[in-house]
Design a protein around this ligand. Structure first.
Ligand code: ADP
Length: 292
């Protein structure tokens, strides 16, 4: 079926929630919801990347999981809904490139075969501070999800800001049938306690937890080869078993991850033979298997 043919009117899926009006919903709201559902229907798997805290490597994991899937030949979109601190444009060297309108919406930028869109690309300047309250953020995210012309994709990876605030909540409420959330943490206890909140958030909003990724797990000295657990090790895996969710894998610390992020290149592309790239590939196997 072509992309144009996929509308709620022509779709044969009888049980789809998007078709029915919800109690008290206006005709305009139904139309808006269906426009969003039409976009999302063309995407096979949609995952949200979350973290309890900032700085644990959530955007790094989003970029490198998306880039690994794209390298493997999947059609992948990467969407950054961080309104206050979008970092994907920096990590993929996209600042200064302005998305343009296509026939049916805003065209995502392309990095190789990876399609990328960030709210940061639509703001006037990269240092602009955005002061928006919750409902406004929800509207912007809704418009964003509806208006970006992704076309048909195998995976959409959505990078949300840290915590359990308006942005992840909006994504969970707006994307009906979100396939799951990847929760990124570092291994130490102060980060882990925030992950419990992220897992409970997913359970409350009815989004399956795909699993936990432990980032910055161990550091191998490039000079002497000695391994040091800078932020300890195993906290993410322990928590995953404690909370009965899957453990998707651990990514070691590697100073070149910082270099790649600052240089605007995905790490897995820049350093294909490194242990961290192999670790990302293992996480991707778990993502493809749906966290099993
Ligand atoms: P978050 O999205 O959770 O705020 P980022 O992905 O922006 O975190 O990462 C924060 C910083 O840590 C960045 O400078 C990034 O390059 C660095 N970083 C992330 N993961 C690793 C890693 N495995 N090894 C070394 N540095 C990392």
């Amino acid at each position: 079926m072509s992309d144009e043919a996929k509308t709620c009117e022509t779709c044969e899926e009888k049980s789809c929630a998007s078709k029915q009006a919800k109690p008290g919903e206006t005709a305009e709201a139904v139309q808006e919801r269906q426009a969003l559902a039409r976009r999302m229907c063309a995407i096979k798997k949609k995952y949200l990347v979350m973290s309890g805290k900032g700085g644990v490597g959530k955007s790094t994991v989003s970029v490198n999981v998306a880039a690994t899937l794209a390298q493997q030949g999947y059609r992948v979109g990467l969407l950054d809904v961080d309104i206050h601190g979008p970092s994907i444009p920096t990590m993929l060297n996209l600042y200064g490139k302005r998305p343009v309108n296509g026939e049916d919406g805003i065209l995502p930028l392309e990095v190789g075969s990876l399609k990328v869109m960030s709210l940061g690309l639509l703001l006037e300047g990269r240092d602009q501070a955005v002061i928006w309250r919750g409902p406004m953020k929800m509207n912007v995210i809704k418009q964003f999800l509806t208006d970006v012309e992704w076309g048909e994709l195998d995976y959409l990876i959505v990078d949300a800001p840290p915590g359990t605030g308006d942005e992840p909540l909006s994504v969970c409420q707006l994307i009906e049938g979100l396939d799951g959330a990847l929760i990124v943490t570092t291994p130490q206890e102060v980060a882990i306690s925030d992950v419990r909140r992220s897992v409970n958030f997913c359970r409350q909003v009815g989004v399956p937890v795909l699993g936990i990724v432990e980032n910055m797990s161990g550091f191998v000295c490039p000079h002497c080869g000695k391994e040091t657990d800078v932020f300890r090790r195993g906290g993410g895996e322990k928590l995953a078993s404690e909370m009965n969710v899957s453990f998707l894998g651990r990514i070691p610390m590697d100073p070149r991850v910082v270099l790649a992020g600052d240089e605007g290149q995905s790490f897995v592309e820049g350093y294909p033979d490194s242990p961290a790239t192999k670790a990302f590939a293992e996480v991707v196997v778990a993502v493809r298997d749906g966290g099993k």
